[in-house]
Design a protein around this ligand. Structure first.
Ligand SMILES: [Zn+2]
Length: 302
C-alpha cells in the first residue's frame, strides 16, 4: 500500500489545473470573478489528496510495541523480514486498520487485537505488491461464534467467515484467533481477504483481476486441474477447495502463506503461480513451523 500513489497524484494535479483554469476563464467572462477557478482547483486537490493525507496521518507514529510483538509471534513472514521491510509491513497494517471499518455483532467487542488480526492479513497479502490496495467500502463484522446463511447465531451455524461482493465481511471471533495461532492452513482472515481480491475485476471466479491478463487462461486451466486433484483425494488442499474456482483460490492462499513448503512440495505449479501473483515466496522466508495440523472441527468459510 502506498501513501501517495504516483498515478493518482498526477491525475489529481492535472484535473485541478485544468478545471481551475477553465473555471477561471469562464467565470471571468460571465461574472468577472476569476478567483472561483482557484476555489475549484482547491476543492479538486482536497478530494484528490484526502486518502493520501489520511494514510500519512495513520502512519506518522510507529505501530505500538505490543502490536509489533503480536506480528512477530503470529506472522512468520513478518518476523523474517529485514528492518526496512518490517517497517513497510507495519505501515501497511496501520493503513488497513485506519481504512477498514470494524463492528461487533451480538455483543462482540472490537478489540485492538481483532483489528490487528485482520489488518495483518491485508498487509501479508499485499506485501509483495506495494502498488496494490484492497477494495474500499467493506466493513468487518465480528461475530461471537459461527453463524448460518441468515447470519443467525442462535444455533451453531455453518460459517466462520462470509463475504458479500458489495457488503460486509463476516468473521467469527474464535476462528480469527485460531487462524493466527495455528499454522495449519486454516486462516479465515486470509481466506476472506483472498475473496476480496478475487472480487476485483470479473467477479467471484477465482481469477484475481490483479493477475496479468496474459496469464488468465493458464490460471483457469491450473485451477481446473487442482480442483480435479482435490476431488480425487490427491491434494494437500482441504476438500472445501473443490467447491468452485473461487474457493480453490481462497483455500490455496491460506496454505500458501501458512504452510508454503507443504504446498510447494505437493503442488509446484500452483505454488509458482501464487509466487508470481503475490510477488513473494513465503517458503524462502517464513521460517515455517512444521507443526502437526491441529484440526479445528468446524472451520468453514465461504
Ligand atoms: Zn470462501
Amino acid at each position: 500500500m502506498q501513501i501517495v500513489r504516483r498515478s493518482d497524484f498526477i491525475v489529481t494535479i492535472s484535473l485541478a489545473t485544468f478545471l481551475s483554469g477553465a473555471t477561471a476563464v469562464f467565470m471571468d467572462r460571465i461574472l468577472g470573478i476569476a478567483w472561483l477557478g482557484l476555489l475549484v482547483g482547491c476543492i479538486v486537490l482536497f478530494f484528490g489528496t484526502r486518502r493520501s493525507f489520511s494514510r500519512w496521518r495513520a502512519t506518522r507514529e510507529k505501530l505500538p510495541s505490543d502490536s509489533v510483538n503480536w506480528l512477530d509471534r503470529h506472522v512468520p513472514l513478518y518476523s523474517s523480514l529485514g528492518e526496512e521491510q518490517q517497517l513497510r509491513f507495519e505501515r501497511d497494517v496501520q493503513i488497513a486498520m485506519a481504512e477498514l471499518r470494524f463492528e461487533g455483532v451480538a455483543g462482540s467487542e472490537v478489540t485492538d487485537e481483532l483489528k490487528l488480526a485482520v489488518a495483518a492479513g491485508a498487509a501479508l497479502l499485499l506485501h509483495g505488491r506495494p502498488d496494490w490496495d484492497l477494495p474500499r467500502g467493506h466493513t468487518i463484522l465480528f461475530y461471537p461464534r459461527t453463524f448460518d446463511e441468515g447470519y443467525d447465531i442462535d444455533t451453531p451455524g455453518r460459517f466462520d467467515g462470509l463475504i458479500n461482493s458489495q457488503g460486509p465481511i463476516l468473521l467469527s471471533v474464535p476462528a480469527v484467533i485460531y487462524g493466527w495461532q495455528h499454522e495449519d492452513g486454516l486462516n479465515v482472515v486470509l481466506h476472506e481477504l483472498a475473496h476480496l481480491l478475487d472480487f476485483q475485476g470479473s467477479g467471484h471466479d477465482g481469477l484475481p483481476a490483479l493477475l496479468s491478463p496474459s496469464s488468465a487462461d493458464a490460471w483457469r486451466h491450473l485451477v481446473r486441474e487442482e480442483i480435479r486433484k482435490v476431488k480425487a483425494g490427491r491434494s494437500v488442499l482441504r476438500p472445501y477447495a473443490a467447491t468452485n474456482s473461487a474457493e480453490l483460490f481462497a483455500v490455496a492462499v491460506e496454505l500458501f502463506f501458512e504452510q508454503p513448503q507443504r504446498l510447494k512440495e505437493g503442488h509446484e505449479k500452483l505454488f509458482s503461480a501464487l509466487v508470481a501473483l503475490f510477488n513473494l515466496d513465503p517458503s524462502q522466508s517464513s521460517g515455517e513451523r512444521r507443526e502437526d495440523a491441529t484440526t479445528l472441527q468446524q472451520v468453514r468459510a465461504e
